[in-house]
Structures are given as C-alpha cells and as structure tokens.
Design a protein around this ligand. Structure first.
Ligand SMILES: [Zn+2]
Ligand SMILES: [Zn+2]
Length: 256
C-alpha cells in the first residue's frame, strides 16, 4: 500500500466505485471516484429503513405490528416505485441488502433518460421520507447492474455476507414489478389524456377570446371606415410597404 501511495498506480479508478457507485472509503479513497455530472441512474443512500419498527406507519398503525420483513420490503418497494415514477419512467429499482455503513438501505433507481433522473435528483435531494432525511442523492455511474451485483449472493453462496463490496440486491417478485410498471404506464396515459383535454379546453377559450377580439376590431373598423375614405387608406399602406422594403435593402448592404 505504502509503495503505491502517491504514485502513478495510485491514480487509477477505484474498481468498487466504478462498478457499484459506492466505496467504503468514500471521499478518502486513495483511488479516483469519477462522479458523473449526469446519469440515468441515481443512488439514494439509506432510503430503505432496514428496521420495520422505525417506520412511521408501524408506530401509528397497530395492525402494522405483524408486518414481516418481507411485507415491509414489498410495501416500501411499491411506495418507492410509485413515488419515483412521478419524475419519469423507472426502468430499474434496486433495494440493497448489504449491511456495511456506506451501503445499508441504499436504493438505486434507473430512469429511461438522464433528464428524468436529473428531475428526480432535484426533487429528492434534501427531502424527508418516512421521517428520514434523503441526503446525497447523486448521479451514479452504474448503468448495467450485471457488473455491480454479487452473483454469489444471487446464487445464495456469498461467503462475505452483508459486508460484501458488491451489490446484494434484495429479490423482488417479478409479478409485483410488472404490475407496478403497468400501473405507472396507465397513470402516464391518463395524465397525457388529461393534458390533451386541458390543452384543447385552453384552445377553445383562446378561440373564443380571438373571436371576441375579431368582432371588436370589425366593429371598430366598420365605424372608422365610415369616417375615412377607402382609397386614402390603401395608398398610405402602399407607401408604408415601399418604405420598409427600401430600408431592408439598405440593411442588407450594411450587412455585407
Ligand atoms: Zn474507492
Ligand atoms: Zn456478495
């Protein structure tokens, strides 16, 4: 360690940060953490409360006291999925099972595009969720979770347990994910329909305003026509046209 400290070898990317978006050394890591300025993926540290008894709903609702850890996870997943979908299309959502300080309760959300992720980042950063402050919600370099996740955990044979440096992603039943995706898709379609209807309504109002204004102008014109002579108006407008065309010609010459 001492031999590479401060040398060229020291300046390589941290493999853990590069692959998982997190590293136990944090900002004190001797290797580089390339934090992306934009990404489709956000890391929301400690978003998931691993202890169901800390949850606000647990304390206010007696019925919740029988909630199993699995139900607690599924409820959170459902709630988080719907909440995060307000900012865009959630492509992937992962709740982490690791227990080390820098990973416990971490949640990764991947959006369809970087703009959606940026909107979510702005909205979530500094907000409270279930009594917990969401802090350091950041863009994450992980786009492909196959590289980030611990395969041994998926096969239930990881010997490092909760202190493993690769992601132990809590398993979520596929039918639950599919039904959430469908709900969100339906919501988006509904919102699009509402917007369209709203838009059309606005247009109707605009049309009405325009008709009223036109009618007013017409009334005004017909009354002024009576006062002034037609041919006089026409000749003055022709003069104005000639004026403007000659001035634009001279502008062109100036431009050259
Ligand atoms: Zn590192
Ligand atoms: Zn592992």
């Amino acid at each position: 360690m001492a031999t590479i400290h401060g040398t060229e070898e020291d300046r390589v990317n941290c493999p853990f940060y590069f692959k998982t978006g997190t590293c136990r050394h944090g900002d004190r890591c001797s290797r580089l953490h390339h934090k992306p300025a934009f990404s489709q993926t956000l890391l929301i540290p400690h978003f998931y409360d691993t202890n169901p008894q800390n949850s606000a709903t647990y304390n206010t609702n007696q019925q919740q006291s029988t909630t199993s850890p699995q139900e607690h996870l599924w409820e959170f997943f459902e709630d988080a999925f719907m909440e995060l979908s307000k900012y865009g299309t959630v492509v992937e959502l992962h709740v982490i099972d690791n227990v080390s300080d820098h990973m416990v309760g971490n949640v990764y959300v991947k959006y369809r595009d970087e703009e959606e992720a940026a909107t979510a980042q702005q909205a979530l950063q500094g907000r409270y969720y279930d009594g917990r402050l969401l802090n350091q919600v950041e863009f994450c370099p992980v786009l492909d979770f196959r590289e980030a996740r611990c395969r041994e955990f998926d096969e239930e044979v990881c010997k490092r347990g909760g202190f493993c440096n690769f992601l132990h992603i809590k398993p979520i039943p596929m039918p639950l994910i599919r039904s959430l995706e469908e709900d969100c898709e339906e919501q988006r379609r509904q919102q699009a329909r509402d917007r369209k209807r709203h838009h059309r309504h606005d247009e109707d109002e605009e049309d009405e305003d325009r008709r009223r204004a036109k009618k007013k102008r017409k009334e005004h014109k017909s009354s002024s026509k009576k006062r002034s002579k037609k041919h006089h108006n026409r000749s003055s407008s022709k003069e104005r046209e000639e004026d403007s065309s000659s001035s634009s010609d001279s502008d062109d010459q100036k431009g050259d």
